[in-house]
Design a protein around this ligand. Sequence first.
Ligand code: Q46
Ligand code: ZN
Length: 312
Amino acid sequence: MNCTKCKTKAVIGLPRHNAAFCKGCFNGFVHDQVARAIKSEWMFGKEAKILVAVSGGKDSLALWDILLKLGYKADALYVNLGIGAYSEQSHAKVTKFTESVAASHGATLHVHTVEQEAGAGIKELAQLIHRPTCSTCGTIKRYQFNRVAIEQQYDVMATGHNLDDEAARLLGNVLHWQEEYLDKQGPSLPASVAGFAKKVKPLYRLSERELAAYAVLNRIDYIVEECPMAKGSKMIQYKEVLNRLETESPGTKQTFYWGFLDKQSKKQPTATTMAEKDRAVLHPCTSCSQPTTAEVCSYCKMMARAKTVAPH
Ligand code: Q46
Ligand code: ZN
């Protein structure tokens, strides 16, 4: 198998693009897909200050690597969830990448440790407040990423969601007809009100397999295991179904998700209408000032509850 572009020996075949690439041309292809995503979805300009949400996994570290290599100013935030060996190992991978790659581009890593603020790791915290672990985790990660982005004056927050993640999420939202989620499933969510950072997903044009190959070929050392809490989750089931379809007909995920984006772009309310809607229901939390629909935001409620029920 030879490289479609330069005809030297290929290292990866991409059936959905009917192409194969050598290492150099594959890196060029990946960088080009990210550059196209940034431009076509109006994510950010060359001078923007970007905050990348990193977990230690292949997608978020690859995203940080690609943005730095494309010449963007990108720092990162890692949230240590306190899930035993998984958190220790993922934290170590993020630190290693920061020291060996990101620092040479002048980039900084911010760290938030759940245990330090809540007095317990995510599993124990969720048990204390009687909420599912993943929804507790989601609230904490959303809150902390937004807080750091706003406090440290980043223009935009970038996450490592890839084509497989977005296609699986779309399948879940369609199966349950969750229309309000469908409306917000695009790769670029504007900062609708003051206090909310803009959020973007620059990897939505690349598959999980392509990102794993990028990480391996570029010697990015990442944590291979998924978070132990993800076991048996609906998202994993949707991904398996889509993978089966993709093997039979390469390009299925792309057609499904990109097709949805194409339809959305034709009916999407403008950023102004979305902002108007949000402005009508959101106001600052009386405790921390982050935008919320209630008087006190769900993060502050959670922390207050954790403090009252925590064993002393
Ligand atoms: S939500 Fe749940 Fe993930 Fe948090 S606790 Fe792990 S599996 S990391 S995306
Ligand atoms: Zn609050």
